[in-house]
Design a protein around this ligand. Structure first.
Ligand code: ADP
Ligand code: MG
Length: 707
């Protein structure tokens, strides 16, 4: 469906318009205020005119088929009016009223009725339960708030929000950016976020797309739209609060329990270069950064201040959120101190107060970091506001001219920013003067700096895709085709071993004599477990005995496990015993794969072994992995510190762990259609270069996984 009649209509019919008020009147007033030159048709059988405009008794009486019909009426009346709109050839509609799908069954029925009418007629619809659409550059609006200053709204940010309040929020502060289109999409009965994003990607007025999303309704199209936006060089900034529409099916593995759709959605955004933010503060800072003529080309940020205290505060915050603030190199420091005098700390943040010669020191500090290869964005941190009550008034514009001079002289055309310590606090004269030079004011030592980081990441794009580490294996494919819902530890490990993963030495046997014989071959101490496709979590059943040092302990464990299995409601036909080497050394980590019904497979990695579900310290990536993903996943968990050299203990073999994660990723991707969940828990990462060993494994296939 083409969106033009909806987003830039040339004629607007308003059903239910009255002089008395309501959205209909607000839209008519706003159409006047914004300078709309097309036709406006109030429709209401009660009045000959509304706001001195000829009013029509019914949609069928209109002199032409309108581009858009706006329904300023209560929901029970809408289906009948929709039929008339379709009959009159209306090309699109906006429905403000609530009381539809958001209320459950009856509302959903009403919504479906309207949606099918519209779909049949090929009509895009905004809403229901929405505020409409504002198109400042095209001078047209169906947005139900009154417009006071249309010129001040025009800009390059395209907003698509499933919540009207977020539109109100973003439109309430247009000091640093304006709007190319603002869509309050509501329940999206027909036209959806992805449709609007697609429109904005092709819209020449739009430079950046800001979205607030509770529900992604067509995951494949959504992902494709994100990719297209990235290719078009338009960042998509996303606040997400909900998840995907389909519910999660029953989960067997621990990994499945961790990878809730909200985390997966975040990974999806990352994998498709959307910029996720947590709130409107963070979002507005990213939108502000996008207004700069130059965007950061990488993540390295230098913050220059005249204050030691601020430098410390910023450093603490930056460290907590993982910003890249490279210190001055030795040469840079020498050059800086030659002019400025002594510099405290490592020079980032760069407290350029030194000998106190402000007018010389600050530009010199900027010149030094401008030359650094590791710095992609340069901020000068200085506070003022619209109503300064203290400080030298001249400083306000002096700071701007210092920054504009530095920006003009920048060797590599780096972007410069004026940073205020608080988000949202700024001085309009500075904002305007900076804008004239293509520069922007950002705010908040967290939000403002994080916006630079986000844009730097965005500019760098994605890592290249990764060469495979393991060859596809026909035997494994055969196993997946066998129709088992769950593959037990023993068989799962054979499959994983075929992909190059090291697993414990072990044997699957049934009698005590065989158990004892196997233990002799493997060597004590050993581990004894009962295995079956029906034992997903063996410890819970009491069928794992570790560190058995001799035949006595082994026989005793055998008796105990046998008894446990005998006590089960029914002994599974495939029940057997697993004798395996006991891996005493190493750090326990886990890796796993799970499937999101909308976004497919993802890989999780974490430390903490059995405590993982309580601790939830894990990294997640959608499959397939890209270059460097496994190493990054390992580094980003808090527990990763355990893998390093701790208290005299040798560091663990992280390299082989990364290789193991890549192999698992290949394994899952090769059988993407068959894999539902995989748990490798634990994997033991040995010290030095001794590798890592998969100690337990569970594979759940999709053959019978349900939906
Ligand atoms: P579950 O099905 O309950 O996850 P596991 O096979 O993972 O059973 O065993 C439970 C725990 O016992 C593991 O998390 C690990 O700490 C320990 N364990 C199991 N097998 C071994 C082994 N071969 N070497 C060392 N520890 C083991
Ligand atoms: Mg386990």
């Amino acid at each position: 469906m083409r969106l033009d009649p909806l987003v830039r209509p040339r004629s607007v019919a308003i059903v239910g318009a009255t002089d008395r008020g309501g959205p209909g009147r607000a839209v008519m007033e706003s159409l006047g205020a914004i300078g709309f030159t097309g036709a406006v048709y109030p429709v209401n059988p009660k009045y000959p005119t509304v706001l001195n405009t000829t009013c029509y008794p019914s949609l069928t009486d209109l002199p032409e088929a309108p581009d858009v019909v706006v329904f300023s009426i209560r929901n029970p009346l809408i289906p009948e009016q929709m039929r008339l709109a379709v009959k009159r050839g209306a090309r699109s509609a906006v429905i403000y009223d609530s009381g539809f799908a958001e209320l459950g069954h009856d509302g959903a029925k009403l919504q479906d009725e309207i949606a099918s009418l519209a779909r049949e007629a090929g009509m895009p619809i905004c809403g229901p339960n929405c505020m409409g659409i504002l198109n400042p550059p095209a001078r047209v609006t169906t947005y139900k708030q009154n417009i006071m200053d249309p010129a001040a709204i025009v800009g390059n940010v395209g907003i698509v929000s499933q919540s009207g309040s977020v539109c109100i929020g973003l439109l309430s502060d247009l000091r640093r950016f304006g709007v190319s289109l603002s869509v309050s999409a509501g329940n999206e009965a027909v036209t959806r976020t992805v449709d609007y994003i697609d429109y904005l990607i092709d819209d020449p007025n739009t430079k950046v797309i800001a979205t607030f999303t509770e529900t992604v309704r067509e995951p494949e199209r959504y992902v494709a739209a994100l990719d297209r936006a990235a290719d078009a060089g338009k960042p998509v900034v996303v606040i997400k609060v909900g998840r995907t529409e389909r519910t999660q099916r029953a989960i067997t593995s621990h990994t499945g329990g961790l990878a809730g759709s909200s985390r997966v959605f975040s990974e999806l955004l990352r994998a498709h270069r959307a910029i996720e933010v947590n709130d409107l503060d963070e979002m507005t800072e990213v939108l502000a950064v996008c207004q700069g003529e130059r965007w950061p080309k990488g993540r390295g940020i230098s913050v220059i201040t005249g204050s030691g205290g601020l430098a410390e505060l910023i450093l603490d915050n930056a460290t907590a959120i993982g910003l890249d603030m490279p210190p001055l190199s030795k040469d840079e420091r020498t050059e800086a101190e030659r002019v400025i005098g002594r510099i405290t700390g490592d020079g980032n943040p760069f407290d350029a107060w030194g000998n106190g010669n402000y007018a010389v020191n600050l530009p010199h500090a900027m010149a030094v970091v401008d030359g650094s290869d590791r710095i992609d964005a340069i901020c000068y941190c200085s506070d003022t506001s619209n109503d300064p009550v203290i400080g030298h008034p001249g400083r306000v514009l002096e700071n701007v001219s210092m920054l504009t001079t530095a920006a003009r002289n920048s060797q590599k055309q780096k972007p410069y920013y004026l940073l205020s310590t608080r988000a949202g606090v700024m001085n309009r004269r500075q904002v305007d003067a900076m804008r004239q030079e293509g520069l922007v004011v950002i705010g908040g030592t967290r939000q403002g700096l994080a916006a630079l980081d986000r844009m730097g990441r965005w500019s760098k794009g994605l890592q290249p895709s990764r060469p495979r580490v393991a060859k596809p294996n026909a035997q494994v494919t055969g196993e997946f085709k066998s129709g088992r819902r769950m593959v037990n530890e023993f068989d799962a490990k054979r499959m994983l071993a075929a992909y190059g993963m090291t697993v414990t030495r072990e044997a699957r046997v049934t009698t005590l004599a065989e158990v004892v014989q196997a233990a002799r071959r493997i060597g004590y101490p050993v581990v004894l477990k009962a295995v079956s496709d029906e034992f997903a979590h063996k410890t819970e059943l009491g069928v794992v005995a570790v560190n058995l040092k001799n035949e006595d302990e082994l026989s005793e464990a055998f008796a105990r496990l046998n008894e446990r299995v005998a006590k089960l409601d029914s002994r599974p036909a495939d029940a057997a015993f697993l004798v395996q080497e006991f891996v005493a050394d190493g750090i326990e980590v886990f890796a796993g794969v799970s499937r999101d019904p909308d976004f497919g497979l993802s890989l999780a990695f974490g430390t903490g072994g059995i405590a993982i579900e309580a601790i939830r310290d894990f990294a997640l990536r959608l499959l397939p992995l890209r270059e460097g993903d496994a190493e990054a996943m390992i580094a980003e968990t808090r527990g990763a510190a355990l893998l390093g050299a701790v208290r005299g203990r040798e560091a663990a073999d992280v390299k082989s762990l990364a290789a193991c994660l890549y192999a698992l990723a290949d394994f899952a991707c090769d059988h993407a259609d068959s894999v539902a969940e995989i748990d490798l828990n634990p994997i033991k990462v040995l010290p030095g270069q001794r590798g890592c060993i998969v100690v337990d494994a569970l594979i759940v296939t999709r053959s019978n996984a349900g939906t």
